[in-house]
Ligand binder design. Sequence first.
Ligand SMILES: [Mg+2]
Length: 241
Amino acid sequence: MSIGNGTGEDQRYVVWLDIDNTLYPRSTRIADLMSQRIHAYFLSMGFTEEDANSLHFKYYSQYGLALRGLMKHHEIDAQDFDRKCDGSLPLETILKPDPKVRKMIQDIDRCKARVWALTNAYSTHANRVLNILQLDDLVEGVFFCDYADPNFSCKPERDFYDEAMRVAGVTDASKCLFVDDNLNNVKAAKALGWGSSVLYSEREEGNAMKEHPHVEGVDAVIGRLEELRLVWKDIFVETSS
Ligand SMILES: [Mg+2]
C-alpha cells in the first residue's frame, strides 16, 4: 500500500462499501434480529422495556450506533456486547452469496479503483459477513469500528471517515466513492467532500423500476446495489452483458 502525499500516493479511486444492509438485502431482516439482541442487552443492564426502547432509539439516532451511546454513558464491555449481539446472529443460515453483487464488485476496474469496506460493526462481524457472502477476496481492506478502543468513533462522525482515509492511504477526498443504506452516513461523507456519496434505498423484489427520489445532501439514490454500475460508470470494466 502506498501512503503519503505527493508523488507516492496511489491515484486510484477508493470505493467504500458499507456492509450491513448494503452488501446483503435489508429484506433478510438481520437488522431486526440485531435490534432484538440490542434490546435484550439493555434489559440485561436493568432497564425497563420502555427505557430500553427509548435509549436504544436515542443512542442510534444520536450516535449512529447504539453501542457508541452505551460506551459514552454507561460502563460496558464493548466486546461482550459484540459477542452477545452481532456475534450471536445466525448469519450462516440466513445470508447467501449473491452472484450479481460479486460480479459487480469484480467488475470494478482495479486499474481505476481500489475497494474497501467501511462499517460500523466490529472486525469479527464484518469479516464473518464478507466471508459468508464470498466477497472477502474482493476487498483490499475493511475499516471497522474498533470496539477495543473505549473512545472509538463510528459513522457518521468525521473522525471515522478521516481515519479510514488515512488507513487506506488516500488524502484526496474527491477520490472516495461511498455507498451506504444509512442517510446520515451518506450525508456525512458528502459534507466531507467525498467524490460520490450514494444512498442505497433497497427496492423490494418485483417492484417496477421507477424514478429515484431526489434526496438532499446525497449524490445519487439507488434501489439495487448493481445500479452502482450506472452511477460510477467510469470505474467499471466494459462487459458484454
Ligand atoms: Mg448499513
